[in-house]
Design a protein around this ligand. Sequence first.
Ligand SMILES: Cc1ncc(COP(=O)(O)O)c(C=O)c1O
Length: 333
Amino acid sequence: MVPDLSHFPRLPLGLWPTPLEEAPRLGEALGRRVLVKRDDINGLGGGGNKLRKLEFLLGQAREDGVATVITFGALQTNHGRQTAAAAAKLGMRCILVLTASVPRNGVAYRESGNVVLDHLFGAEVHVCESAGEAGELTDSLVAAETAAGRETMVIPMGGSAGLGALGYVAAAAELDAQLGELGITRARVVAPLGSAGTAAGLVVGAAGLDWLLDLPSVFRPADQARQRLMELVAETAELLGVDSPSMERVMVSDRALGEGYGVPTPQVWEALALFARTEGIILDPVYTGKAAAHLLAGGDGDSELPVVFIHTGGSPGLFAYQPELAAALGVDS
Ligand SMILES: Cc1ncc(COP(=O)(O)O)c(C=O)c1O
């Protein structure tokens, strides 16, 4: 049964439902049926998975009379870019406290991709060297906004709170309806696992459905990623007043993580090329590229099931990795 979300304030930010596309040439290359859920082309600000979360987070913010939203992430956070775009649309102030946590320091990484778009959407952008510095700065920013008489909401990294995860509870119902139209009841759903809000929503939304959730971690080792996911699943279920669902059909691995968050592996560039050259789909090197590399390596779970690849967006971040992408493609400059 689909949980009732109607009593949570929600603002329409994206274009729903996002398309569920057959990917026959990719499927042929992988030897199985593949469908792609296009949450990368959901509209606002270059699109991506955070819009689903922000509909609930900013819905609450609007109800609470919030004038300023503050959120966090790595320098190339897609969440920050989408929050900045949504805030611009809603006439809210947006402050981004970014941390230079990824070992990348070229001009492309520091100034292109999501960062330049954050500025374009009018966000106030701060760059910190450590999580400690970001925490202290946030406290002083909240104090300053409050002193200026502006109600302020601090949104956690990735929008990953129970409220944000509701966006993917709704997405699970949307996907189930689309699969139903195709006569598909059993599927392996693949999605990248970062700060875990997307996955938590999918786990709660998939309760009672015959889905296997195959979640490659792109952010931290598998045991920690699973632990964080379970906490967020419990928080989301509690918010909805439903029982915490079983994690039996949820697989978390870190085989595609490589050296860590934001550091692409050679397999990521291969995966990007395959998706681009079979289906004309742009992946990103931090999230969807690693999830696709995991899939190319076989992934986890029943290989007979049709695969639904949740394209969570992130393509603006590709341009932050331009030198590495060009090198992988053998582009001479
Ligand atoms: C493109 C993209 N995909 C996947 C994720 C991971 O989603 P979550 O943080 O909800 O696990 C993110 C998070 O920033 C993202 O930007």
